[in-house]
Write a protein that binds this ligand. Sequence first.
Ligand code: ADP
Length: 414
Amino acid sequence: MEQRPPVAPAWDPAKVAGADRELRVRFERFSGALARTAGLEDVDVALGIVAREGRGLVCGSATLACAPDADGMWRGAIADAAGTRSASAALMEAARAGLSGADPGTGAASVVPGAAVVTSQTDPAGGMPCVLAVWFEVEAWTASPTRNEVLDAFTTHAAITLANARIYEAAGAALQHERDVVRQKDDFVAMVSHELRTPLTAILGSVSTLRRLGGPMDEERCVQLLDMADRQGARLTRLIEDLLRVAAAESDIEPSQLAPIDLVAFVSELEPELAEIAAGRLTVASECGDGVVRADVRKLRQILTNLVDNALKYAPDSPIEVVVHDCGGRRALSVVDHGPGIPEADRERVFDRFVQLDQSSTRSTGGTGLGLYLCQQLVRVQHGTLTISTTPGGGSTFTVALPGDHTPSEGNIR
Ligand code: ADP
């Protein structure tokens, strides 16, 4: 029988077994990395884990993982033998541009001769951009299509993981905001109840004493109790009016009617009205030629009246000046007094609701602690700022700075 010469197999079993093993190892690493990077809830933590897992997946010396946050700002993490840390903007930019040789150690986009870098990125048009860059030691480097495929697949998975973490973070922030709003509302209701109850208790107390002792009570005591009921009734009315104003300002019931207003003309027009309540203590000055701002005239009037009213109450013997001037490139209106002033430490909280610094003086002056809060709300909806400083020589200066008029037509904002 004819002996056929042995036929050499078309494949080398040793080679196939080697390739098989390599594939299996890659697959095992890949599925492990997938499991460890699933369900992450914090973007920065997720970036660190993705970078670390990416490095282990293809045995690189360092890995960068980066992706944009909800505001489009790129955030990234580097993982190498030293651990995990956040990546510099320069390095992220280099990796995104696919700049091979960018140095992960320095974080700068400098070129390291001979260093190999493999960059993998998802299509930004897909809505979930993510970039993974892996650096290899020069001696450990060999080209490998399967490694690149695994890296690409992992980058796609990382993009989804990071997008989920972003959604989780956004949902967490929204929930926290919701909780804060509910808590603020509860606090406000508690404060309002307390503030309303105080004068009401005084009124009811006076009436009840009058009823009990009405007959034998001397006239002076009787007048005292009636005065007290009167004062507290007036306080209650002021409180309710201020609360309604605050509610209107907060709920934007009246959208701002923004229009060009010349502050110098505005103050001159209001001067007679203010002078009447100021009993000769008020002067008006302008330190700039014109002061055209974009504002709501009714809201501005309310702010100025409130600030002058406060100066009259809390700086009782002082002259008061209303000055139109320049303030850091914006036109501004200041109400200046030479009274006791407001300590630096109280200048922030004085804008909170129901804050009254000197309880004895504010009770006697009929304050509600809502005036400055209301002023700040009204200034804010006009895109302005309200600040307190010390008047040279002592006293308070309240400054309302408003944006200039750059828009020719009138418009409403909410
Ligand atoms: P109020 O209704 O009590 O006047 P505001 O919110 O207007 O409430 O003011 C809060 C507190 O800030 C006042 O109770 C007072 O203690 C202090 N304050 C306001 N304006 C002045 C000022 N011009 N000088 C000194 N203290 C002031």
